[in-house]
Design a protein around this ligand. Structure first.
Ligand code: PBG
Length: 333
């Protein structure tokens, strides 16, 4: 559909911008608390809240405080909380066995949150990097990230998360064939209601730096992730990846990072019309917070504007470290 405009002065497009009421009436896109997914970082211990230096305002939480965060999210009306563990380096191995330990940090947190706050949906990360001595999302053999063995490991990890009570699995590993393998395994194990939100179009991005600090993967990572994450120069490939994951049984799809990839979000939504999400990643958050802390931008306004941009691009929701702060702004009206 092509927007039309009458010749001046029949059309004076400023008329509908004149007052707040007219702007509200003609606003096409809005952000709601329902659109927010809150990623949080976990660590061992009790009563521990440890700041992530490169992400001002974000803390690694012990399981008991993650439960408090989930209660806070539920009280604000945030529908989903997403868990990322900072794993004790002593538990990291070449084969990443801790990833499917039913009692690993992430699985303990899923159980504790579902027991205390059953109404909130818990989303997980399915990737091996927090547990990998090599820091990669897949298993490394002779310097190569091996696809099919990684998928087998990821399936075990997904099943352990489903058994712990996860509502939504978030495969962020970018291996080929993992969605189909997980979907088949979930069906066979009686977890047919567990949803998959696939990180389908995930780019090899410098915007992930602060996250890798937060989960303790920066030091371990050898090399880069360019053999499995997407090249930032590509866009058609994103559509192929999205379609492939949908055909393999993904319920929802994600584009990542967010703001620099809004063209991809828009193409995905208009092409497929499926539930589409973007991840406003750690580097995006850190840039806004750093500029705000220096007094160079209005942090609250920039937070809200950046989140609204995802809605305008066609996203149904956003994973964002700003979730509770944005919810508070939305609730105060
Ligand atoms: C890894 C993973 C990453 C993020 C989510 N899951 C980092 C990476 O791929 O290296 C990034 C999130 C962020 O930067 O906020 N499985």
């Amino acid at each position: 559909m092509r927007p039309t405009v009458a010749p001046f002065p029949a059309a004076r497009l400023r008329r509908t911008r004149r007052t707040g009421a007219l702007r509200a009436l003609t606003r096409q896109n809005t952000l709601s608390v329902d659109d927010l997914i809150w990623p949080i970082f976990l660590r061992d211990g009790e009563g521990v809240s440890e700041p992530v230096v490169s992400m001002p305002g974000v803390n690694r939480l012990s399981v008991d405080l993650a439960v408090v965060a989930a209660q806070e999210a539920a009280a604000l009306g945030i529908p989903v909380i997403c868990l990322f563990p900072y794993t004790d380096p002593a538990l990291k191995t070449e084969l990443c066995e801790e990833a499917w330990n039913p009692d690993n940090l992430s699985n303990r947190a899923i159980r504790a949150i579902k027991a205390a706050v059953p109404e909130i949906a818990v989303m997980t990360d399915v990737a091996l990097d927090p547990y990998n001595a090599n820091g990669h999302d897949g298993i490394v053999r002779d310097g190569v990230i091996v696809n099919d063995d990684s998928v087998a490991a990821l399936v075990k990890m997904a099943l352990a998360q489903a058994a712990a009570g996860a509502d939504i699995l978030g495969p962020s590993d970018m291996m080929d064939g993992r969605i189909g393998a997980m979907r088949t395994a979930l069906e066979a194990a009686g977890h047919s209601d567990v949803a998959i939100l696939s990180y389908s179009a995930k780019y090899a991005s410098a915007f992930y730096g602060p996250f890798r600090d937060a989960v303790g993967a920066s030091g371990a990572l050898k090399g880069d992730k360019k053999t499995y994450q997407m090249d930032p120069g590509n866009s058609d490939e994103a559509l192929r990846l999205i379609e492939r994951d949908l055909m393999e049984g993904a319920d929802m799809v994600m584009v990542k990072p967010g703001l620099a990839y809004l063209d991809i979000c828009h193409r995905v939504k208009t092409t497929f019309g499926v539930p589409t999400y973007a991840y406003q990643v750690s580097g995006e958050y850190a840039m806004i917070q750093a500029a705000a802390q220096n007094g160079w931008v209005n942090g609250e306004a920039l937070m809200m504007e950046s989140l609204l941009a995802f809605k305008r691009a066609g996203c149904d929701g956003i994973l964002t470290y700003f979730a509770p702060a944005a919810a508070r702004v939305l609730l105060k009206g």
